[in-house]
Ligand binder design. Structure first.
Ligand SMILES: Cc1cc2nc3c(=O)[nH]c(=O)nc-3n(C[C@H](O)[C@H](O)[C@H](O)COP(=O)(O)O)c2cc1C
Length: 170
């Protein structure tokens, strides 16, 4: 009998974009032993029980969501491999790329590895934040407009295919 991989997909999602991506990834891995959970519901001591852990978050002021940070702060056992993913409204890497730096360092310092990363555009659905950004950074108008409707069906398909490709490349 083929042994299934034990996979955790956990995420922080304030407005549903990262959750939608996480669900598509879980769909792509439906033939494995997959657990899909918001990070706030994950027992930090359980991460080491998995063969592979997907960690996902929206990007908020350049940082990861609180529940992902808390989970990684309290982790006790590491899985051998992680996959990192995020959704962000600004396509400029300067606005999202640094968010995982601390987590990446932590993972590599604990004999684990990041085997793949995925990111996609997610509409900023917080009207107060959008209004504030448009007032203080008018150059954000174009990226905010372009992000509307994302993640769309194509983004979700990409996430599903990405998750399948991760397993093929392990
Ligand atoms: C308070 C707030 C701060 C944000 N800060 C950033 C940011 O620094 N960089 C960026 O690219 N997107 C930023 N965004 C956009 C979100 O990262 C994007 O909409 C993401 O898809 C939200 O994910 P969620 O729906 O899973 O919460 C911000 C959104 C909010 C509401």
């Amino acid at each position: 009998m083929v042994k299934l991989m034990k996979i955790l997909i956990c995420y922080h999602s304030d407005t549903g974009n990262t959750e939608a991506i996480a669900k598509s990834m879980a769909e792509g891995l439906a033939d494995q032993d997959v657990t899909l959970l918001p990070a706030k519901d994950v027992d930090p001591s359980s991460l080491g029980d998995y063969d592979l852990v997907f960690l996902g978050s929206g990007i908020y002021a350049g940082a990861l969501g609180k529940s992902i940070k808390k989970l990684m702060k309290n982790i006790t056992n590491y899985p051998p491999k992680f996959v990192l993913f995020c959704t962000h409204a600004n396509p400029d890497p300067a606005f999202y790329q640094k968010a995982f730096k601390k987590v990446e360092k932590q993972i590599s310092e604990n004999n684990s590895t990041v085997c793949a990363q995925f990111h996609c555009i997610g509409e900023n659905k917080n009207p107060q934040v959008v209004e504030m950004l448009l007032k203080t950074m008018p150059s954000m108008k174009e990226p905010l407009e372009a992000a509307k409707g994302h993640p769309d069906a194509k983004d979700l398909e990409n996430a599903k295919n990405f998750a399948q490709s991760v397993l093929q490349e392990l």
